[in-house]
Each structure stands twice: as structure tokens, then as C-alpha cells.
Design a protein around this ligand. Structure first.
Ligand code: GDP
Ligand code: MG
Length: 168
């Protein structure tokens, strides 16, 4: 039967764990070394979702997010989005709204999830759970808390987005 391919963009400030999340999900690996990029445009993983074969293509930003220079090619044709911030980086939390606007400007309204990563470092948290909930609610997005390091909830992020896309 038909295979569905979905382009997913993962945006957020530098160092929140975007590349790590893509690597974790597609290759099953995690590295502590700071890596600016995974060196390719995207990695992919195939899953079954509601009885359908879904090929998820997870696009990485190669570090351009630091220069606010993400190109239109990155966003082009994206069908789902991860807005990621880090538990230990308040600026990355405060940037979520503007990342959502950037994606919407290029892609329109697409299934989107807010990811609070690095929850393994919760004792060093710079965000209050309540304000995170309020932000997610005000942006109309589901919130998923992850630890890419400990492999907590990463699969759920992409399963949720695939399910949402199949409903469209
Ligand atoms: P990106 O700039 O958003 O792509 O971030 P990276 O994937 O390069 O990750 C930045 C740093 O955070 C790296 O040192 C990762 O090993 C680390 N990192 C990523 N996810 C987690 C996590 O869930 N917990 C912890 N403790 N560190 C993480
Ligand atoms: Mg990266």
C-alpha cells in the first residue's frame, strides 16, 4: 500500500538538543559532545501509525539558527513542526513564540508540538512548569517533556505529530 512521507522541521535556539533528538530518534544514539550539525539535511525513520507506513524525514538546521539565517528551503513543504527549548536555558523558552511565528510565516498552520528537553536536568531548571503550561496553551500546542539523554518521551513526539498529520 501507499507510503506516506512527512517532512518535519525541528526549530529552537542553539544547544537545546535538536540535533541530538534527531540522532536519538533515527539512529538510537546520544553523544555528549557538542555537535553543531549532523552533517546532512535530514535523517529519516519509518514507523507504522494507524496501520499506515509513515516515513518521517526530520530536518536539522546545521546551526544556522544562531545567525537567524534559516533558509526558506529548510521550511519548504514542512508538514509538521517541533518547537524545542531547554529546561536549563530560559532564553530558549522565551524564544518559542517567535520560532512559532517564523514557521507559520513559511508553512502556515501545521501540526506543531512544543518540546521541553533536558528534563533530566530539572534540578537546574530555569523555567516554572506553570508558565510552560500557560505558553503551550496560549499557542494552542501540545507540550511534551523529553530527555534525549535518557531517551524519555522522544518517540512520543514524533508519534504524536504523525498521528496529527494522518488526521488532516
Ligand atoms: P542543537 O544546537 O539544538 O542541535 O543542540 P545539540 O543536539 O547539539 O545539543 C546540545 C548539547 O546538549 C549537547 O551537548 C547534547 O549532548 C546536550 N543534550 C541534548 N539533549 C540533552 C538532554 O536531554 N539532556 C542533557 N543533559 N543534555 C542534552
Ligand atoms: Mg544542531
Amino acid at each position: 500500500d501507499l507510503e506516506i512521507a512527512l517532512k518535519v522541521v525541528i526549530v529552537g535556539n542553539g544547544a537545546v538538543g535538536k540535533s541530538s533528538m534527531i540522532q536519538r530518534y533515527c539512529r538510537g544514539t546520544f553523544t555528549r559532545d557538542y555537535k553543531k550539525t549532523i552533517g546532512v539535511d535530514f535523517l529519516e525513520r519509518q514507523i507504522e501509525c494507524n496501520g499506515e507506513d509513515v516515513r518521517l524525514m526530520l530536518w536539522d538546521t546545521a546551526g544556522q539558527e544562531e545567525f537567524d539565517a534559516i533558509t526558506k528551503a529548510y521550511y519548504r513543504g514542512a508538514q509538521a513542526c517541533v518547537l524545542a527549548f531547554s529546561t536549563t536555558d530560559r532564553d530558549s523558552f522565551e524564544a518559542i513564540h517567535s520560532w512559532k511565528i517564523k514557521v507559520e510565516d513559511e508553512c502556515g498552520k501545521i501540526p506543531t508540538v512544543i518540546v521541553q528537553n533536558k528534563v533530566d536536568l530539572i534540578e537546574r531548571s530555569q523555567v516554572d512548569p506553570q508558565e510552560v503550561d500557560i505558553l503551550a496553551r496560549s499557542l494552542g500546542c501540545k507540550l511534551i517533556c523529553t530527555s534525549v539523554k535518557d531517551d524519555v518521551n522522544v518517540n512520543n513526539v514524533f508519534r504524536y505529530l504523525a498521528t496529527r498529520c494522518l488526521m488532516e
